[in-house]
Design a protein around this ligand. Structure first.
Ligand code: ARG
Length: 470
């Protein structure tokens, strides 16, 4: 009938007496009673009795005191009943309670499979005492850890045949390839004797899944508003977003599940950030018509404090916090932030994308997300292109060290109006990182001129601080 026989020992030691029992139990039943000697007659003086209760491995013992009458003594100096687990006193009584657990209400629960009761009486009492002592019921329950904490953007599998019981093992995993466990994470948890799920490092906290950045599931085949570019196939630039601010349409990029990075010059109204309700964010589609269907909304807009429009485009960077976190999939994934020691090596090929215009003069907006590959331009070469050209191409704007240029001396390939805020991505160790933000230029794709991008690596501290504080 499903009875399991195992060793349940119930030991009572009184002066020189020891009685031991073997009791049958099922999953939750092993029970009995313990009483003070002579109960319900007054207990003898000069006594030290000890009861050791053992349940099977993985069980807990519960003890409910049903009657309690012990001669009160100050500081438990005379008669007392004490419940001990592993040398720790769980509860003690000497006429007055010394615990928050109230007998008869909540049973005392052992953290593990054993429990000891100690009943002591003094022999200093000369007159016959009238207190009858205690009576208690005990039973064992098999440890149940309950369901392990669920893992957001992940799941779990049981490695043990049985679930949520003592010694059950569960393994957490993240929804690859969009999320992964941190390298040092402990993914295996075991149900312990204390009824808690614990990792091998004794952690009781479930791991967290971190978004994978800069690794689209689909690759652009050629390494080679966007001028002179190609249509981007689906899922190849999953961090690209389109921002509608008032009525202007520009770009941006996903950098975290609640954060979009963009250019400051499109997210401000005069010198203030635009109000949240004027911002609509579209993502997950490369086709403009399907893209513009369901926007997500901004919770807050953060412009770099040193952005000083309209004098220069210096510090042209802004962050937009989303109202709701994004769950990443093949069409929406973040781009990585620059590493602490990120470098911009002249000639390195980068990837620019956007929904901006495809002609220098005119407003031909594409139906599809576009991309083009452009090399990092030497800083001095780029600076000179704005100061020494016959028409002073910069129109008074200067190239600062917070900017990086990309493009070809012969022109023909560039970002343009409507692309601002989009990413200029460089690739390291197979991951794209946000090297630049489309910021400004003189015309688009002109010979001898380059596109200018916000040098994101200079803003790592501001980005992390802003994201942490908000
Ligand atoms: N300021 C433009 C915009 O708001 C971006 C221009 C980029 N120009 C260039 N030649 N790369 O969309």
């Amino acid at each position: 009938m499903g009875w399991t026989y195992s060793v349940i020992r119930f030991v009572f030691v009184s002066v020189s007496v020891c009685e031991c029992w073997l009791l049958p139990y099922t999953d939750s039943i092993m029970h009995g009673e313990v009483q003070s000697p002579l109960y319900p007659q007054p207990y003898p003086t000069g006594l030290k009795s000890e009861w050791n209760l053992w349940g099977p491995d993985g069980s807990q013992i519960q003890l409910s005191i049903t009657h309690l009458d012990i001669k009160p003594s100050a500081g438990c100096s005379q008669d007392s009943l004490t419940v001990v687990y592993d040398q720790k006193i769980l509860w003690t009584f000497c006429g007055q309670e010394n615990s928050t657990d109230h007998p008869g209400k909540e049973p005392i629960r052992s953290p593990g499979s054993k429990l000891t009761l100690i009943f002591q009486t003094s022999n200093s009492t000369s007159e016959v005492q009238q207190h009858i002592g205690f009576s208690a019921a005990y039973w064992s329950t098999v440890i149940d850890c309950g369901k392990p904490e669920p893992l957001l953007n992940g799941g779990m599998t049981y490695l043990s045949e049985f679930q949520n019981k003592f010694f059950s093992i569960v393994q957490y995993r993240c929804n690859e390839p969009y999320y992964s466990l941190p390298e040092d994470a402990n993914a295996e948890f075991t149900c312990g004797a204390d009824g808690k799920w614990k990792s091998s490092h004794d952690s009781v906290v479930a791991p967290t899944c971190i978004p994978v950045c800069g690794q689209p599931t689909q690759h652009l085949s050629v390494y080679q508003r966007i001028i002179g570019g190609n249509d981007a196939p689906e899922d190849t630039i999953p961090w690209q977003v389109q921002l509608k601010v008032n009525n202007a349409v520009e770009g941006g990029m996903v950098i975290a599940d609640r954060w979009i990075m963009t250019a400051a010059h499109i997210a401000r109204q005069a010198t203030n950030p635009v109000s949240n309700d004027t911002v609509q964010i579209y993502m997950g589609q490369t086709d403009v018509q399907s893209l513009m269907v369901s926007p997500v909304y901004a919770a807050s807009v953060h412009i770099h404090p040193d952005y000083n429009n309209p004098v220069t485009f210096n510090n042209d960077i802004a962050l937009i916090k989303l109202q709701d976190p994004i769950t990443f999939n093949s069409s929406v994934m973040p781009i990585c932030l620059p590493a602490q020691n990120a470098t911009y090596v002249t000639g390195t090929m980068g990837l620019v994308s956007g929904f901006g215009v495809t002609r220098d003069w005119g407003h031909l907006s594409p139906k599809q997300l576009k991309y083009v590959h452009l090399p990092v331009v030497d800083q001095e070469t780029c600076r000179d292109s704005f100061t020494t050209s016959q028409e002073k191409r910069g129109g008074g704007q200067i190239l600062t060290d917070n900017m990086v240029c990309a493009g070809l001396p012969e022109g023909g390939k560039d970002s343009c109006s409507g692309d601002a805020g989009s990413a200029y991505a460089l690739k390291d160790n197979g991951r794209f990182w946000a090297a630049g933000i489309v910021s400004w230029g003189t015309g688009c794709g002109r010979q001898g001129s380059y596109g200018v991008y916000t040098r994101v690596a200079n803003y790592l501290d501001w980005i992390t601080k802003t994201m942490q504080e908000n």
